[in-house]
Design a protein around this ligand. Structure first.
Ligand SMILES: [Zn+2]
Length: 85
């Protein structure tokens, strides 16, 4: 039986019985700190172990990419360089 400790809280990760420790690539859940871990097991050894990225899709409306700064004539030069609200 593979025992994987959570790097955050040092509790053992919950490994469901259907997981084959000889060949598993997926996510394990820590009940203690409720963190998802991206784990890969090969031959009962941990080959990959990292915090799983949250599976939330990026929101295009929330991302603002400014490739070029528009220069307005009415923008005054401020030494404080205050941008963004
Ligand atoms: Zn934990």
């Amino acid at each position: 039986m593979v025992d994987i400790k959570c790097l955050i809280c040092n509790e053992s990760l919950e490994i469901p019985p259907y997981i084959d420790p000889e060949n598993y690539d997926g996510q394990l859940y820590c009940r203690a700190c409720q963190l998802l871990w991206d784990v890969k097991l090969v031959e009962s050894k941990v080959r990959k172990y990292k915090v799983a990225e949250k599976q939330t899709k990026p929101r295009p409306s929330n991302i603002t990419i400014v490739s070029s700064m528009p220069e307005h004539e009415d923008s005054k030069k401020a030494e404080g360089d205050i941008k963004g609200n």
